[in-house]
Design a protein around this ligand. Structure first.
Ligand SMILES: Cc1cc2nc3c(=O)[nH]c(=O)nc-3n(C[C@H](O)[C@H](O)[C@H](O)COP(=O)(O)O)c2cc1C
Length: 204
């Protein structure tokens, strides 16, 4: 059998296969279909401080070979994850906890709560920053640096991956800003903004 082990920020994974955050829940449903311990790691659904119901349905639409989604960060909240999912998931494989916030202090608090308990933290910086009129944290390098630095201060014991947005002027500039803020690694990339247009009516 081929040796597919990889070293990610000092943590050894049995292979580099990691389902993307939000496409895999916390792994339980997929574990009924196959043994998810064969995965290198699982990136969890984005975790917020408090539970979120997400957007009203429909929130996933297929269009000409692509899928548009607007789930709205439905998740049970960080405390429920710690109580109900983390111990089970750790028996299976390495855990990458995906972190989402509306404010800088949300990011800090969630990282502090998970520090040392998971194998990696992954910052979802595509969330709207309430203080900046809803512009995502991941758009401008200054704000990428700021959110990364607050997160890193709060997770000194856990490797921090910053998940960059593709919907920006310069992905390299944001990657450098994440590095300056103290990121241990980056993950590429979050959802591309999409719009399906009906060619008959020319309306979205
Ligand atoms: C239904 C759905 C939910 C997602 N939820 C999250 C999330 O909670 N946090 C996050 O960082 N990314 C989330 N993503 C983004 C994916 O992790 C991935 O970055 C994105 O789909 C781009 O990869 P792709 O081009 O292979 O689809 C979600 C994507 C989908 C389709």
């Amino acid at each position: 059998m081929a040796d597919l082990r990889v070293n990610l920020c000092g943590v050894q994974l049995k292979n580099p296969v990691i389902p993307a955050s939000g496409t895999f829940g916390f792994g339980r449903e997929f574990d009924e279909l196959y043994d998810i311990s064969m995965l290198g790691a699982v990136a969890t659904k984005g975790l917020t401080l408090l539970p979120r119901k997400g957007n009203p349905t429909p929130r996933i639409a297929e269009s000409g070979g692509v899928i548009l989604n607007a789930v709205g960060l439905q998740n049970p909240g960080v405390e429920s994850f710690l109580e109900n999912d983390l111990s089970w998931l750790k028996t299976k494989t390495k855990v990458i906890a995906n972190v989402a916030g509306e404010t800088l202090s949300d990011y800090g608090e969630i990282c502090a709560r998970l520090d040392g308990l998971v194998d990696f933290l992954e910052l979802n910086i595509s969330c709207p920053n309430v203080r900046c009129g809803g512009m995502a944290f991941g758009v401008k390098p200054e704000s990428v640096r700021e959110v990364t630095s607050i997160a890193k201060k709060n997770c000194p014991h856990t490797p921090l991956l910053v998940k960059l947005s593709p919907n920006v002027e310069s992905i390299p500039a944001n990657a450098r800003a994440a590095e300056e803020g103290g990121a241990d690694g980056i993950s590429l990339v979050n959802t591309f903004t999409g719009l399906a247009v009906d060619i008959q009516t020319r309306a979205p």
